[in-house]
Design a protein around this ligand. Structure first.
Ligand code: DC
Length: 207
């Protein structure tokens, strides 16, 4: 049986942690689709034309070093607004979603555009201030020199670009379960996500 779990939401809302935990709990694969856009963004910073880079992308590119930097995140958000870049990445994501046994895909448009037929959809969000604080702590722990205000401005800029682009903007699918993690610790957020997916899985079994 294939069972697709779509997890969308803005940067640093906890999507990555929740997606990994949900995939491990249900024993299915996990694709962080942000890595596709990051890989293309990084190529753009290296001087390669983004549409060509997206068309030439292969699975191994997702393992490249340096995809998690703030500069690559901004570049990813820019290339993600180019319709031809998004179009070039659709087949890879849909093929992954149809893997035998099921899959978790996390991103911005999984429940709305890539897998509108996904059996379970979550939209994980949190206030911009909470997300910026988390990202700031993460960057600082990784040794990056930055300050909270810069990270907050960056977060808001990326949110605005991701939510206002014409093609596949960031927004919850109508049938998504909204999970606001602003005041939740990781364990509680993960438990709520697993419960929401489990409810959909048992719906499928009794349908
Ligand atoms: O989730 P992330 O921070 O790794 O994503 C990096 C950028 O990629 C994000 O700012 C917007 C874009 N993105 C997208 O447009 N659609 C997706 N499904 C995933 C990411």
């Amino acid at each position: 049986m294939s069972f697709t779990i779509a997890i969308d939401g803005p940067a640093a809302a906890g999507k990555g942690t929740i997606s990994k935990a949900v995939a491990a709990h249900f024993g299915v694969g996990h694709l962080d689709t942000g890595l596709l856009y990051r890989a293309v963004g990084k190529r753009m910073l290296d001087g390669i034309e983004p549409i060509e880079a997206a068309r030439a992308l292969v699975a191994e590119d997702l393992q490249a070093e340096g995809l998690r930097t703030a500069a690559v995140a901004q570049a990813a958000s820019k290339v993600a607004a180019i319709p031809e870049v998004r179009a070039a990445l659709v087949d890879f994501q849909r093929a992954y979603a149809r893997r035998a046994g099921g899959a978790v895909l996390d991103g911005r448009d999984i429940g709305t555009v890539i897998c509108p037929e996904a059996e379970a959809k979550l939209f994980v969000t949190a206030s911009a201030e909470v997300r910026a604080r988390r990202r700031f702590e993460e960057l600082r722990a990784g040794g990056a020199e930055t300050d909270y205000d810069t990270v907050l401005a960056d977060t808001k800029e990326r949110d605005h670009r991701d939510a206002s682009r014409a093609d596949a903007p960031l927004r919850p699918a109508e049938d998504a379960v909204i999970l606001d993690t602003s005041t939740l610790d990781i364990a509680t957020a993960v438990a709520q996500a697993i419960a929401a997916v489990a409810a959909k899985r048992s719906d499928g079994e009794t349908a």
